[in-house]
Design a protein around this ligand. Sequence first.
Ligand SMILES: [Zn+2]
Length: 133
Amino acid sequence: MKNAPKAKFAAYRKLLEKKADEVRRSMSAQKAAQVVSRLDVPSDEGDLSQQHHEEWIFLNRNTLDMKLLREVGDALHRIDTGSYGVCMECDEPISAKRLDAVPWARYCITCQEEIAARIAHGERVDEYQEADR
Ligand SMILES: [Zn+2]
């Protein structure tokens, strides 16, 4: 593809693949931990709301992981299609510094901040928020 040879992004591909692996692993570890804690908890009525709460946290966490996994997968796909490292909003290249920090970034820092501000103002955007890690 144009001026972005895939080799240029080989290091990011590695990072992304590693990240996807990590997320998948943490997801199954959480799942296992949840099953174990379930077996441990006596089905006392008092524990029920606590259990629901934990379940909610787990689901929430899981949703974030799913989202991150999707972002990472999308980024890998963009490497394949040659659109990786280019802001999807303004078509400017995303800085290497930013890609180093967030290899699955799809917007340059300027656009990302704009989008974040729009979300903060309650505007409904086809939202994309980077997971904070
Ligand atoms: Zn941009």
